[in-house]
Design a binder for this molecule. Structure first.
Ligand code: FES
Length: 102
């Protein structure tokens, strides 16, 4: 397996015990995760771009939170409708989406 060019972390408020506690999962983080998975698949980027759901980043009031590595770019208040722009501008274009950056 090759290491990914980008790894996208989507906060879904997950906890080690399997429960969800926090803010992001109440604000469409599940749809956010699904949209990233679909966009990665449709663009044929499956081997280059990984997406994972995570636990709380302690920025709940600014959620839903998305973090992109290795760029260390943190996005806040991301909606499912923002996924296409992040994929176009940042993941494929190399330029983070300034209006969503924290
Ligand atoms: S639940 Fe997402 S940052 Fe806290």
């Amino acid at each position: 397996m090759n290491k990914p060019k980008y790894h996208i972390f989507v906060c879904t408020s997950s906890r080690p015990n399997g429960q969800q506690k926090g803010f992001c999962h109440t604000k469409s983080a599940g749809d956010l995760l699904s949209n990233f998975m679909e966009e990665i698949e449709e663009r044929g980027l499956g081997g280059e771009v990984f997406v994972s759901n995570t636990g709380c980043f302690a920025l709940c009031e600014k959620g839903p939170i998305v973090v992109v590595y290795p760029d260390n770019v943190w996005y806040g208040a991301v909606s499912p409708d923002d996924v296409e722009e992040i994929m176009d501008e940042h993941i494929e274009g190399g330029k983070p989406v300034k209006r969503l950056e924290l």
